[in-house]
Design a protein around this ligand. Structure first.
Ligand code: SF4
Length: 350
């Protein structure tokens, strides 16, 4: 293990790189070959989402920045630019870790100003990415939320969430708690190239199965539906069928977005793996970030029909926070549009 402690000069420079958070050290370790962890002491953790009335959540907690799940299309890539870090491979490998996350959260929940609002996690980057296996920030975060009976939701692609299944189930017995697992498709070949650092879609659906069996409501965010690669009728059917078999309480489709940051990286990947599709993508997206309204409606309609056929949802639990599709064509107002929170955190969805 190599501990690369920062020099005083680095420390002095670091707050400029990482906003108000103070970098304590940078770590490379053989168990996480190719990944560098930047450990920071955060000044604050709970972020308010600007314009939350148009989003399915108002408050978020994000203990990490950057994500080793390395999804090619990840919306959060451009948030690394605010740290002066690379939005491509750097986003996948330079992971900022708020090592004091639980301590700061506990302090913030205890202030008289906090009213116990719902907190969404995993809305910027995955809180159960590989780094969580090393840093174990989530158990402390879950404990703090549970002690305060604070409602929360988790959105993840990480099977590591099962490590904390008991804690989540315990919290769900006393507060409004839900988990959403992101599974855009079950096509193994597409998964290996476009989401190379994630557990397989079928393993993610095992998360749905296990947590549902423990009494935790789990929905599936079917995102992204990838045009021309993951949107054929038989592919949609296979995915919704698998989601239903896993016992999900809901399935919410979301077509691929190509916002700046993700767009360049995704089109580079497309050129390498499926160059024949470049003209089709140009036709569908033009210079914009969103597939046209007719396309989004078509995908949503198909998935909803399949969901009805396989008996999924809709579930209307009072206060439930389900991740919902953006209104087509609302550019700039959808969840994850990249709004910047007061803590300097941009918001996105997995
Ligand atoms: S889409 Fe989600 S899981 Fe994938 S890299 Fe981005 S934050 Fe991580």
């Amino acid at each position: 293990m190599r501990w690369n402690n920062l020099s005083d000069a680095d420390r002095n420079a670091a707050p400029g790189l990482f906003g108000t958070d103070v970098v304590t050290r940078t770590v490379d370790t053989p168990e996480f070959r190719g990944i560098t962890f930047h450990e920071v002491r955060a000044r604050s953790l709970v972020n308010r989402v600007p314009g939350a009335s148009r989003m399915p959540f108002e408050w978020t907690v994000n203990p990490y920045r950057g994500c080793s799940h390395a999804c090619v299309y990840c919306f959060a890539r451009r948030t690394h630019a605010y740290l002066d870090l690379d939005t491509g491979a750097g986003f996948d490998s330079q992971i900022v870790v708020k090592v004091n996350a639980a301590e700061v959260l506990r302090r913030e929940l205890a202030t008289g100003r906090w009213q116990g609002q719902h907190i969404a996690m995993g809305t910027n980057v995955d809180c159960y990415q590989r780094a969580e296996g090393r840093y174990r920030l989530m158990p402390g975060i879950l404990d703090a939320l549970t002690e305060h009976g604070n409602p929360f939701s988790i959105l993840t692609k990480g099977t590591l969430v099962l490590r904390d299944a008991e804690a989540i189930a315990r919290a769900a017995r006393t507060a409004d708690v839900s988990v959403s697992v992101s599974v855009g498709f079950v096509d193994e070949e597409l998964w290996r190239t476009v989401e190379p650092g994630t557990p397989s879609p079928l393993r993610r659906l095992d998360v749905v199965r296990t947590l549902t069996g423990m009494g935790v409501p789990v929905g599936v965010l079917m995102a992204p539906v990838v045009p021309f690669l993951g949107d054929a009728p038989d592919q949609l059917r296979a995915t919704v069928r698998a989601v239903a078999a896993a016992g999900a309480v809901s399935v919410t489709p979301l077509a691929l977005h190509l916002r700046p940051g993700a767009r360049e990286w995704f089109l580079r990947w497309l050129e390498e793996h499926h160059p024949q599709l470049l003209p089709s993508y140009r036709g569908l997206y033009g210079d914009g970030a969103y597939a046209p309204r007719w396309y989004q409606r078509r995908v949503t309609g198909q998935v909803h029909e399949l969901a009805a056929e396989y008996g999924i949802g809709p579930v209307h639990r009072p206060g439930a926070h389900r991740f919902r599709s953006p209104a087509p064509g609302t550019g700039g107002t959808t969840p994850g549009e990249g709004r910047q929170g007061p803590g300097g955190t941009q918001l996105t969805l997995l």
